[in-house]
Write a protein that binds this ligand. Structure first.
Ligand code: ZN
Length: 408
């Protein structure tokens, strides 16, 4: 019969037989029975074990056919294992932890990459918790089988959830642009956990670590990965510079009052944008403002001149430029620019290491944005753990269990 053939085709059931199939449009039940010619195995350790008794039948949700729900019905046997004592037997279609097949978990999890979990649950008539458990099962397998032996260059970045209330620290593989690790918060303990879970051997193989100029991280990296080159991320530095420029604009408005406020109204992005991205209207506004010797204009010129820094090919020339720029900024009589310049000076060592090892988090910026989108799918992951699981699921490039048939 067709359904039993399909079940055999889509399911790894060596050692078992497909029995009776019953059902109507509300659901199909497929009976699975043991093939007694095969040995029994312990579900905990995998060793061959002796039959003890048979439990009452259990239902495992399987991949739907023609939109009709399918259940496998099986009465698991218990075995007496030489190592583990009395355990349930191993059966290949399910981990036994959940009332669904590995194939169904795979099927739900594939959809969960494309849709919010709530929609996946609605679409296939199961609970939100089942979708969460299916993703968890895939991710657990993936993390157990993840191969990080070629990890050499990593980028560390943080994202905030719930309007900056909750931080997550993400570690990316800069060579493959995939998520390697994600942890709650943005503390020394968070990043320490990453290195601990990576282990000393793999940490020793790290050649480059790119991160924000965030001292707690920097301390841990120096301590735990002393052989790697730490590079402060170019994009973070530029972001700090832009923040300084914007602070100058706000300070000047506060200082000069309403008339000035009207003069520079709606110019915020003009000062921050790259000049070649300005619209014609913005460009002509900028050239009019440039004639007025405003503080914001001086900050803007400093910001634009800093662009040159990244173009140097060697550390010594970059250092020479940085010294000059430091002098300009500290003599600009613009406090935010001066503070930024001093920050560069304090962190100079790891900023200039960019010219020894030009790595940046630019290649994973897209992933970090994707992580934010996942977080903004407002359907609620109900806990940071689920959210992190979904990040691994969507961005980790994790290995998946082998099943006989790919569903999506
Ligand atoms: Zn065992």
């Amino acid at each position: 019969m067709l359904v039993s053939q399909l079940t055999k085709l889509t399911l790894d059931i060596q050692g078992f037989r497909v029995g009776r199939v019953q059902g109507d449009t509300s659901g199909i039940t497929v009976d699975i029975a043991p093939d007694r010619r095969h040995l029994l195995f312990c579900s905990r350790c995998g060793s061959a074990a002796k039959y003890r008794d048979t439990l009452k039948s259990r239902y495992f949700r399987h991949v739907p056919l023609w939109g009709i729900p399918v259940w496998l019905r099986y009465s698991p046997r218990r075995v007496r294992c030489g190592h583990c004592g009395i355990k349930v037997e191993y059966f290949p279609w399910s981990t036994g932890k959940h009332r669904f097949t590995t194939a169904f978990a795979h099927f739900l999890a594939s959809w969960a990459r494309l849709l919010p979990w709530k929609h996946v649950a609605q679409l296939f008539g199961c609970s939100w918790g089942t979708v969460a458990a299916a993703v968890a099962q895939m991710v657990e397998y993936g993390l157990d089988h993840q191969d990080l032996s070629n990890l050499t260059h990593i980028g560390i970045d943080e994202i905030s959830r719930e309007k900056g209330q909750v931080y997550l620290t993400n570690v990316y593989d800069l060579n493959t642009s995939s998520l390697v690790w994600s942890g709650e918060k943005r503390t020394k303990a968070t990043i320490t956990n990453f290195f601990t879970s990576l282990g000393p051997n793999k940490t020793d193989k790290l050649e480059g670590v790119c991160c924000d100029m965030w001292e707690p991280y920097a301390q841990v990296i120096r301590e735990m990965a002393p052989k790697s080159t730490m590079v402060f991320d170019k994009f973070h530095i530029v972001r700090h510079l832009n923040e300084a420029v914007d602070q100058v604009r706000r300070d000047e408005i506060r200082e000069k009052g309403q008339k000035h406020k009207d003069l520079v109204k709606d110019t915020r992005y003009i000062w921050l944008k790259n000049p070649w991205n300005l619209t014609d209207k913005q460009a002509s506004r900028l050239s009019a403002l440039e004639k007025l010797n405003l503080k914001i204009n001086r900050a803007y010129l400093l910001k634009e001149s800093f662009r040159q820094f990244w173009s140097y090919e060697c550390r010594a020339s970059a250092k020479e430029f940085l010294d000059k720029w430091f002098w300009w900024a500290t003599h600009s009589r613009l406090k935010p620019m001066r503070n930024f310049a001093w920050m560069l000076r304090r962190k100079e060592e790891n900023i200039l290491s960019y010219f020894d090892m030009p790595i940046s988090n630019g290649s994973v910026e897209g992933l970090n944005n994707k992580a934010k989108v996942i977080s903004h799918r407002a359907y609620g992951f109900r806990s940071a753990k689920n959210y992190i699981r979904n990040l691994y699921h969507c961005m980790g490039g994790l290995p998946e269990p082998q099943i006989m048939h790919r569903f999506v």
